[in-house]
Design a protein around this ligand. Structure first.
Ligand SMILES: [Zn+2]
Length: 66
């Protein structure tokens, strides 16, 4: 990650330039933020489906017991 102001090479994880303190523009940052959100949505969907399956199994068990 190179600073646009002073051309200093910074670490990819750096938010500000280590030399001049200019906020570094990172194209990959937005992309990296999108991926975890998508993963969280997928995880939530899985938990949602598991919850529905458990409830359906519980209903079937209750119907069988009665
Ligand atoms: Zn700089």
């Amino acid at each position: 990650m190179r600073c646009e102001k002073c051309k200093t090479e910074n670490n990819d994880g750096s938010i500000y330039c280590r030399k001049c303190g200019t906020p570094l523009k990172r194209k990959n940052l937005n992309h990296a933020n999108i991926i975890p959100k998508e993963n969280n949505k997928q995880d939530n969907t899985i938990y949602y489906l598991i919850t529905i399956i458990i409830i359906q199994i519980a209903i079937i068990i209750l119907l069988l017991l009665h």
